[in-house]
Design a protein around this ligand. Structure first.
Ligand code: ME8
Length: 515
């Protein structure tokens, strides 16, 4: 937003290689980042959310050759599929960048030039092991010779090939001490802490200069002043975070407002690129460093790595069709401890849908709202004096927003949801012990108070759940007669007397289809 007086918040996802179809691991990253972006927006921030595709590199060129189409066509077709998938997941990105976009080529060349001007780029020849699948160079010690004579990258298990060519190098070795100082001085730069420790020990073990151009193929951003070289795909890929806020125009309103980025959200396999190469490039070019790189874990199918050969790659669209978008979003963010690996299975998803959504939330809303519809003229009830039990319940819900906010600021999405659901659990116990269905005959005024307190807890918990389940929470807030949905309204209370629509169920139980 230009001219906004709100504080800025810039968040990004990794840009995926569009060399195949998007899978649930990609969807997981987009959903988590979207929940964080939505939370910040509702919490009064001027959010910029960047995502997109990483169209260059040898992997794209080889995939296109195998399919017998041009690399540009492959990139366009699959990038379209990624963008459509994000739209179907209701990802609220502000820009979907493709690294073939004209402004991105300009940004990449500018960053390269700045690193050259700083004396950090020189021409030499490279020989060593390259993994096309990882688009990464490996030292011999990071590879393993297999029985059949072929060699793989030890950590990722991908094949590496011997590569010898004339390339430009980036003087990464000159940044070892500066990087170690960065990790030391800013312990929040890489999270979770386990990832920071891995990176720090990698850097401590010694950094070699990095090969940053290729001269044996031409699918990439041309190196300024040398038509025989294209940039190593990671140089231009990382630059996308700058392009997305107007770089190289560092005086632009957008760049000044949003840079440095608040969070780069990535998966654990690409930490080295983001926490070693990227800050070194930026230091060289004299550009401020992002505030945080957060590495989430990997999703597995019942503990098994997803792979085409195992035939267990699940498309996000199939899961949305089966369980519904909001249930899937909730499941992924509630089930997996964010930052660790997680697994999904039909049983685990159904358990979350039935226990957390249908029982704890849906049933509480349905029971309280239908009592209000029948016994309180379909209006927000007028509460009487609060008892200690009511006061305790209201105090509990009043304390919830700061807890959730603190978890979201640390990317602890699962803990934010756990905190909300623990309040819902208590509210269910409160509701059962107050027995409003008995009070209906014995003490209708007291019944109205209990229902008021219950609806008030629902208002706050549902408001705070909006970033995770945007559609179903919107419907629940309609049923609760709540029109103020930003977090500055959390401290207000429901207004007695507001007319409520006829209640309908929002979270049905998942019933197994008949055999
Ligand atoms: O790495 N579970 O692209 P990519 C969770 N183009 N996350 C997963 C996953 C899984 N099973 N599989 C992949 C690239 N991811 C580069 C990024 S950024 C400047 C360039 C995550 O398509 C992965 O960790 O291989 C990464 O964050 C994202 O999906 C894109 O992976």
């Amino acid at each position: 937003e230009t001219g906004s007086t709100k504080p800025a918040f810039y968040i990004t996802t990794a840009i995926a290689y569009p060399n195949g179809d998007p899978h649930i691991g990609h969807a997981y990253e987009y959903i988590a980042t979207d929940a964080l972006a939505r939370f910040k927006r509702l919490d009064g921030f001027d959010v910029r959310f960047l995502t997109g595709t990483d169209e260059h590199g040898l992997k794209m060129a080889q995939t296109a050759a195998k399919e017998g189409i041009s690399t540009a066509d492959l990139a366009r077709r699959n990038s379209d599929a990624f963008q459509a998938m994000q739209e179907s997941l209701k990802i609220t990105f502000d820009r979907f960048i493709r690294t073939t976009d004209a402004d991105h080529l300009e940004a990449s060349r500018d960053l390269w030039q700045k690193m050259t001007d700083n004396g950090d780029i020189y021409l030499d020849s490279y020989s060593g092991w390259y993994s096309v699948r990882d688009e990464a160079y490996y030292a011999e010690g990071e590879t393993t010779l297999q029985e059949d004579g072929s060699r793989i990258a030890t950590e990722s298990g991908t094949p590496v090939e011997w590569t010898e060519e004339s390339t430009y190098f980036f003087r990464l070795s000159a940044y070892q001490d500066k990087l170690l100082a960065l990790y030391e001085e800013r312990p929040d730069f890489i999270l979770p802490a386990t990832r920071r420790n891995e990176v720090a020990s990698f850097v401590k073990s010694g950094l070699k200069d990095l090969s940053i151009s290729r001269s044996t193929f031409d699918w990439g951003v041309q190196v300024p002043g040398d038509a025989d070289h294209v940039m190593y795909v990671w140089v231009d890929a990382l630059t996308n975070y700058l392009t997305g806020v107007g770089y190289p125009d560092t005086d632009s309103e957008s760049f000044r407002r949003y840079w440095p980025a608040d969070v780069h959200m990535i998966g654990k396999d690409i930490v080295r690129f983001h926490a070693v190469f990227w800050p070194a490039f930026l230091m060289s070019a004299g550009i401020e460093l992002p505030k945080r790189v957060f590495a989430h874990g990997f999703l597995t199918n019942k503990g098994e790595k997803m792979s085409k050969s195992l035939g267990n790659v699940v498309s996000p669209a199939a899961l949305v069709d089966e369980y519904g978008l909001d249930s899937l979003r909730f499941f992924l963010l509630r089930e997996v401890s964010f930052g660790q690996d997680g697994s999904y299975s039909h049983e685990a998803i159904v358990t979350r849908i039935n226990a957390d959504l249908a029982n704890e939330l849906g049933n509480l809303a349905q029971r309280s709202l239908s009592m209000v519809a029948k016994n309180c003229d379909a209006q927000v009830p007028q509460p009487g004096a609060f008892t200690p039990a009511d006061e305790a319940m209201l105090e509990r819900v009043d304390g919830l927003a700061p807890i959730v906010r603190a978890h979201m600021d640390e990317q602890e999405l699962h803990l934010a949801l756990e905190a909300i659901w623990s309040v819902l659990g208590e509210t269910n116990r409160y509701f059962s012990s107050q027995e409003p269905w008995v009070l209906r005959k014995t003490d209708p005024a007291r019944m109205a108070t209990v229902l008021y307190v219950t609806l008030e807890v629902l208002r706050v918990t549902v408001l705070l759940t909006q970033p995770v389940m945007p559609d179903s929470t919107a419907r629940l807030l309609d049923l609760l007669g709540v029109s103020e949905r930003e977090f500055d309204s959390l401290g207000a209370r429901l207004t007695p007397g507001v007319a409520l629509p006829k209640p309908t169920g929002v979270f049905p139980r998942y019933v197994e289809p008949e055999e």
